[in-house]
Design a protein around this ligand. Structure first.
Ligand code: SAJ
Length: 428
């Protein structure tokens, strides 16, 4: 693809912003299109709001930032990178994608290429996006406007894998769209680009790769609950199984599965298949097991009370974010756990250094004081460093510690020597 062509990246979040900077580095005239004025203002001031993007990368780039879709009638390639959440009933919410597609179709130039990177389930392009494009543009997909799907694979906070070096898949329903999209990614990405048989296959790839992770986490979560009652340390067993150099991929139990991808994407597949007469019993059961892990933590707390011979009144929950060392609350199991504890009349003290505004205390020491129990819901490095530096001869207010990701398993005997009941997720 001729690098002097122009590209518009729509949606400048953790997916779109790195891609916009990369296409510009690759010599394309690049426009970053974002509807949030605070983000546009921040970008124009050279200030990043994405952890994986530095201010310098923005200020040194020549990406043009705008919120005006009319710019699309000068662009050859339009890449859509907007969120696709689920609503409270876990039904896919495509409203953001549909709104953006309508705007794109109104302004897109004839013979331009539209690429959807947002995570969508199979059927969304064929049944929703293509009809919207044709209705609002008057063009015909595959003839005088072109469409492909290339599911995003950005992993926030990952220091190794990024937009430049992650392998991708591309799917389209016609050869011109596919060839155009393949040429685009081959001139931007340094990794392998695999052409799928059609657009539905490309949609299915992302859902399948994230559902694969969800079912594997559900597998070890179920093992953790079973092994807890059998007195078997599930993490040791997983690490033992992982010595097999082939056909085993270690996953680890925790208080639940959060984030914008793993707990969401399977619901897209479940809903679409259900609408077409097939019920994904296995995917649904995996979701049920993972969604049920905060309740298992409540069971552990009750077990701690039994061992203590006393009611726990006040619980400190360390961590709100869905995964360590990032500031992201989306679908966080820590929030579900807090609701469950409060609904069971426990007084809860919350502390997360990445969310001080939502925390009840300014630091870990004050968060722990006067609590009967501490639950490590998110294994931020700051928390692990604190506990690994503990003086176990000191006096502790809390008498029960629930280790939500089994990070303190090595301290269990030291904790018990300090008269603290240690409970992990399937490790004790
Ligand atoms: N989790 C477990 N046990 C595990 C792994 C994760 O309980 O063994 C939990 C985490 O605590 C978290 C949730 O699952 O609450 C999701 O964790 P994640 O490591 O999968 O992180 P995400 O949500 O950032 O997932 C992203 C995804 N990337 C994309 O969709 C492009 C996912 O496909 C990647 O597999 C994942 O990063 C990754 O491998 O890090």
């Amino acid at each position: 693809m001729n690098n002097k062509q122009s590209v518009a990246i729509i949606g400048l979040g953790y997916v779109g912003l790195p891609l916009a900077l990369l296409t510009e580095q690759r010599g394309f005239k690049t426009i970053g299109l974002e509807k949030d004025p605070t983000k546009i203002d921040s970008l124009k001031r050279g200030v990043s709001y994405i952890d994986d993007v530095t201010d310098q990368q923005i200020s040194q780039s020549n990406v043009e930032f705008t919120d005006d879709f009319r710019i699309l009638d000068h662009t050859d390639v339009v890449v859509l990178c907007v969120p696709t959440p689920v609503n409270e009933n876990k039904i896919p919410d495509l409203s953001i994608v549909e709104g953006a597609i309508n705007e794109i179709a109104k302004h897109a130039r004839e013979n331009s290429l539209i690429i959807v990177e947002s995570t969508i389930n199979p059927g969304v392009c064929d049944e929703i996006i293509i009809p919207l494009i044709e209705k609002n543009s008057g063009y015909t997909v595959g003839r005088n406007i072109f469409l492909a799907h290339c599911p995003e694979r950005i992993n926030p906070g990952d220091e190794k894998w990024n937009v430049r070096n992650i392998n991708r898949v591309v799917g389209a329903n016609d050869k011109i769209s596919l060839d155009k999209a393949m040429a685009f990614y081959e001139s931007v990405i340094e990794a392998n680009i695999k052409a799928m048989g059609n657009i539905k296959e490309a949609e299915a790839v992302k859902i399948v790769e994230n559902s694969f992770r969800d079912i594997n986490i559900a597998f070890v979560n179920e093992l953790a609950m079973s092994f807890h009652s059998l007195g078997i340390n599930v993490v040791n067993v997983i690490d033992g199984a992982a010595t097999k150099p082939f056909s085993f991929m270690a996953h680890y139990p925790s208080i639940g599965v959060g984030g914008h991808c793993i707990p969401v994407d399977p619901y897209y597949m479940i809903q679409y298949a259900h609408d077409h007469g097939f019920d994904h019993k296995f995917l649904s059961l995996a979701r049920e097991i993972n969604e049920g892990m905060p309740e298992f933590v409540l069971d552990l707390l009750r077990e701690g009370e039994q061992k203590l011979g006393n009611r726990v009144k006040r619980v400190t929950v360390l961590g709100l974010s869905y995964k360590p060392d990032v500031a992201d609350l989306r679908e966080s199991p820590a929030l579900k756990l807090i609701d469950i504890l409060e609904n069971n009349s426990y007084s809860v003290v919350k502390y997360d250094p990445y969310f001080l505004a939502q925390s009840d205390k300014p630091n870990i020491e004050s968060a722990l004081s006067n609590s009967d129990c501490v639950i490590i819901a998110t294994p931020h490095k700051q928390f692990l460093d604190y506990f690994y530096r503990l003086d176990f001869n000191a006096k502790f207010d809390y008498k029960v510690l629930i280790d939500g990701h089994n990070n303190l398993n090595k301290l269990s005997s030291s904790l018990e020597s300090a008269q603290i009941i240690y409970l992990g997720i399937g490790t004790k």
